[in-house]
Write a protein that binds this ligand. Structure first.
Ligand SMILES: [Zn+2]
Length: 347
């Protein structure tokens, strides 16, 4: 017994035992780490595959029923597909979620998301059915009413769109602008009135509300330039700068142009008349100086900013495609190289 203790007290044996223990622990740690890394990588690739290959309808149902993925994960998956423009897969997931949901409020939220996706994908009639289904059970849902209004507008069912404004107003939403907008668009698209009647109705609407200058003057300058010049609201000239820049030269009213600094600078920049020597607006100033030096080679092009969501588009809009607000378009000028030499003289 004593001999054994003596051997244990042997410092050489102690060192050997210590190094053996260190070696064993290191080996175990290494293999455990390797195993964990493999497991993690397998889980990650499985998770990624869920996004690459869409589970079938039955597989997804099973995954939700067995709680393998939560409703929250299914929602994230649907929204990922939605943000990538894969509306078909997104719709499939929402439909399964709706089938599985028992809570009416949760089901309403998923129905709303489904309606929005149908709307984005261009399935207006299906989106309309979904929003009507929500409103049947929950009539006081402004966001569903709002989408229904836009759907009717896109389908040119202006009477129905105007009807949607009533419940929205009852819910405390200010619908004045929407009301004037729907009236304006329905006049422009009407088959009952001729161009002159439409022009007179639009001028009357503008004089009453002073809204939708871009929409109304775009139509007037396109169809009845003399009425447009006669009714032009000079305070809105900058906002419709692109329309005035592209207005037919022969119709331009020199008296009105002379009465507004913005118009004097715009038409001097264009080279039609020389009523300004300089401008506080950089683009106009450059073009005026070029015209004075008889240098042609630059012109203007326009971008369109939504004053509400700040999105920029290369085309003009009346209802922002992104935030759906109306009358928020702001025209932005850009100097660009002129490709075709034009004769811009008013004389
Ligand atoms: Zn916007």
């Amino acid at each position: 017994m004593n001999r054994l203790f003596i051997e244990f007290r042997d410092p050489l044996l102690g060192i050997i035992v210590f190094f053996v223990l260190v070696f064993v622990i290191t080996l175990v740690s290494y293999w455990w780490g390797r195993y964990k890394r493999k497991e993690d990588s397998r889980y990650l690739s499985h998770f990624m595959n869920m996004f690459k290959t869409m589970p079938t309808q039955d597989e997804l149902k099973t995954l939700l029923q067995t709680n393998s993925i939560s409703m929250q994960s299914a929602l994230i998956m649907a929204q990922t597909y939605d943000s990538h423009g894969d509306y078909e897969k997104c719709i499939e997931i929402y439909l399964i979620m709706i089938e599985m949901q028992s809570d009416v409020v949760e089901k309403k939220e998923t129905l709303y998301l489904l309606g929005k996706t149908y709307f984005k994908a261009g399935f207006l009639e299906r989106a309309q059915e979904i929003f009507l289904q929500i409103l049947k059970q929950f009539p006081r849902t402004p966001k569903a009413l709002h989408y229904l209004l836009i759907i009717y507008e896109k389908m040119h069912q202006f009477e129905k769109a105007l009807e949607v404004l009533e419940p929205l107003e009852e819910l405390g939403v200010n619908v004045t602008k929407e009301h004037v907008y729907l009236q304006t668009v329905s006049i422009i698209r009407s088959a009952e009135y001729n161009v002159q009647e439409k022009g007179a109705a639009l001028v009357a609407l503008y004089e009453k509300h002073h809204l939708l200058s871009y929409l109304i003057f775009e139509y007037l300058f396109r169809t009845q330039p003399s009425l447009a010049w006669k009714s032009l609201d000079l305070s809105e000239a900058e906002r419709i700068g692109d329309i005035l820049w592209n207005a037919r030269e022969a119709e331009a009213n020199l008296d009105i142009i002379s009465s507004s600094r913005f118009l004097r600078e715009l038409y001097s920049a264009k080279g039609s008349v020389m009523l300004a020597q300089e401008s506080s607006m950089f683009e106009f100033d450059v073009l005026i100086k070029l015209n004075m030096a008889d240098q042609v080679g630059a012109t203007l092009q326009f971008d369109y900013l939504c004053n509400s969501c700040k999105q920029i588009y290369p085309f003009a809009f009346h209802r922002c495609p992104n935030c759906h607000h109306i009358d928020t378009v702001v025209t932005e000028m850009l100097l660009t190289k002129a490709h075709v030499e034009e004769n811009n003289s008013l004389q």
